[in-house]
Design a protein. Structure first.
Length: 475
């Protein structure tokens, strides 16, 4: 990393923002410098850090994209341009009294704008994180508006990107502004529960530590308290009964490899009785955002309930930093062909970003985009199904066999005549479920049909079918 290049960017931004102040009265340059620090903590690449430093210059100063391109190259200019364009994409979100996420398309338009390059998302999230940290400088009405937007847009986006630390901070700070009384009540509830569970947790930590040391396993162990906003959402599912929530405090164990994860799980179960139905293997079957870990809830001999989470160092890094960590580990893959809109090499859990790019390209060409359908695909719960060879395919909950077929290949979708699910013949209207093994039956004589639109859930499959029908009509 070139410190000299980053220093030049700071000098350029300082000069461009000279005389400008934030609402707090601080010099404006404190904001881009804070964004720079966040991006460095996330271990982002040099171009992203420089673009973060300069992200407000084109919109708020006399500096131009050409100036940035001349000094720092095309990639930095491209990233700054991407962040700048969000001002236009978010223009419909300025009046948050009328912003209703369940009926508004603004969230999707924002995401489509962000989809041009993954790093634009990361810069925007760093920008929002600093803004939410300094929200106290704004008037009360603006605090609530920005906090509500953060809860409705940016915290879910951080969750979709598996940026756990970011999601928790964005959600909790925002919640403290949108509903301060509820926030304070839940915070005191967590503190009270933590205090009563302190002896149990310390005893369990000591017992597990002794056992793992005896087995000569290298590990790290620490406690994890549930965040306030997560508790708020979970209580809504359980009729506000806190006794139904078993993960208020968890012990997290980090080991070197996957084999040790399962070994540690077995050792925990040799110490304590596992609760039926509470063992979750997110390593074999990751969550929709790519999160991996083993979870188990156990009962101690003195009838106390504890959750354990077991994962590798890399899994933990990804659980905390998500997309940023994925970029760090896969920089070459993730940067390939950005400006051509080709990102075929994304990890499976990030393939949804290609949907944003497809939508962005369609809007640019003046075509209509089914935003409601796209929103469902992006934020619906995911299911993971398998090909007969064992390849994992992720689809939104509600997906049908033709959605699966078109995810494999357009040709397979267009030639589909039937489906086998878990080895049995089924029909194309059958809703796929978590863990299904799906085999698409094809015929060379089959052609795509207009009626298939009723047998499709995802916008990806709909777009592919639409393209095939257009080609068919042109012949």
């Amino acid at each position: 990393m070139s410190e000299a290049r980053i220093k030049r960017a700071v000098e350029m931004a300082t000069k461009a923002h000279e005389g400008q102040k934030r609402k707090s009265g601080d010099p404006y340059i404190t904001h881009p410098l804070a964004v720079k620090k966040i991006l460095e903590e996330w271990k982002m690449d040099e171009d992203t850090i420089i673009a973060g430093i300069l992200h407000d210059t084109v919109e708020d100063t006399d500096l131009t994209l050409d100036d940035i391109k001349k000094e720092f190259g095309e990639t930095v200019a491209f990233l700054v341009d991407g962040v700048t364009k969000l001002g236009t994409a978010r223009s419909g979100m300025r009046n948050l009294e009328t912003y209703l996420p369940e009926t508004s398309d603004n969230l999707l338009r924002l995401l489509i704008a962000l989809g041009s390059d993954i790093r634009v998302l990361i810069i925007k999230l760093a920008d929002r994180l600093h803004n939410i940290r300094t929200l106290s400088a704004l008037p009360s009405d603006k605090q609530k508006k920005i906090a509500r937007e953060t809860l409705e847009v940016f915290a879910p986006l951080a969750d979709r990107l598996n940026m756990g630390q970011l999601r928790v901070e964005l959600a909790d700070v925002s919640f403290s502004y949108t509903d301060p009384k509820r926030y304070q009540y839940l915070q005191s509830l967590i503190e009270k529960h933590n205090k009563s569970a302190e002896k149990t947790i310390k005893r369990a930590e000591k017992e597990v530590t002794e056992l793992l040391n005896k087995e000569k396993i290298k590990f790290e162990i620490s406690g994890r308290a549930k965040s306030v906003y997560s508790l708020h959402k979970k209580l809504a599912k359980y009729n506000q009964n806190i006794n139904e929530i078993y993960d208020l405090i968890a012990l997290r164990i980090i080991v070197n490899d996957i084999t040790e994860c399962y070994l540690v799980l077995g050792l925990i179960h040799s110490l304590y009785t596992p609760l039926g139905g509470r063992i979750k293997d997110y390593i074999a079957l990751p969550k929709q955002n790519g999160y991996q870990s083993l979870h188990t809830t156990v009962i101690t001999p003195d009838k106390k309930i504890i959750e354990f989470q077991v994962r590798t160092h890399e899994m933990h890094e990804y659980a905390e930093r998500g997309l940023a960590a994925s970029f760090y580990y896969n920089e070459q893959k993730l940067t390939e062909n950005y400006r051509t809109g080709k990102i075929q090499h994304l990890p499976t859990n990030l393939l949804w970003i290609t949907e944003l790019q497809t939508a962005a390209a369609q809007l640019k060409e003046g075509k209509k985009v089914d935003l409601k359908k796209l929103k469902l695909n992006l934020f619906a719960d995911k299911i993971f199904v398998y090909t007969p060879k064992g390849d994992i395919i992720d689809l939104p909950n509600g997906a049908l066999p033709l959605d699966f077929a078109y995810r494999l290949h357009s040709e397979i979708g267009g030639r589909a005549v039937g489906v086998k699910i878990n080895g049995k013949i089924s029909n194309l209207n059958h809703k796929l479920e978590q863990g299904d093994i799906v085999e698409i039956l094809t015929s060379k004589n089959q052609v795509p049909r207009e009626s298939w639109f009723d047998k499709i859930f995802t916008s990806h499959a709909r777009q592919k079918l639409h393209h095939q029908l257009n080609q068919k009509n042109e012949k």
